[in-house]
Design a protein around this ligand. Structure first.
Ligand SMILES: [Zn+2]
Length: 117
């Protein structure tokens, strides 16, 4: 990774992909459509490697992460079928309802930033 993007990610202390183009091709238009409803929402994570999921899961089990993480192999992030959006809680709730209406699954109260299909 080079340039500004790398700098921003390093400052955040992680290297997770936040590119919607890393999602499965069939999911990309749906994810872009949902994000377009509230473009100020930040995409913080899309596809993850197994190693990234292991690290997130360990942080979750150690109690040092803000949001839950599924055990390695069980997160749809590893299969390009999940993305995380950060916005105000009431915005996430509305986006979650919309996402569920079109057949997606939302993390709800437990994991409000998480959207998958
Ligand atoms: Zn997620």
């Amino acid at each position: 990774m080079v340039g500004l993007h790398a700098t921003v990610r390093e400052r955040r202390g992680d290297c997770l992909s936040n590119r919607l183009s890393d999602l499965e091709p069939w999911l990309q238009p749906w994810a872009r459509w949902l994000w377009s409803l509230w473009p100020s929402a930040q995409v913080t994570s899309t596809r993850r490697t197994r190693l990234e999921q292991i690290r997130l899961y360990e942080a979750f089990r150690a109690g040092t992460s803000r949001f839950p993480a599924a055990p390695p192999g069980l997160s749809l992030h590893e299969y390009g079928r999940a993305f995380d959006l950060v916005a105000e809680p009431q915005i996430l709730e509305q986006l979650g309802r919309v996402w569920e209406q079109v057949g997606g699954r939302w993390g709800g109260a437990v994991d409000p930033i998480h959207f998958e299909a």
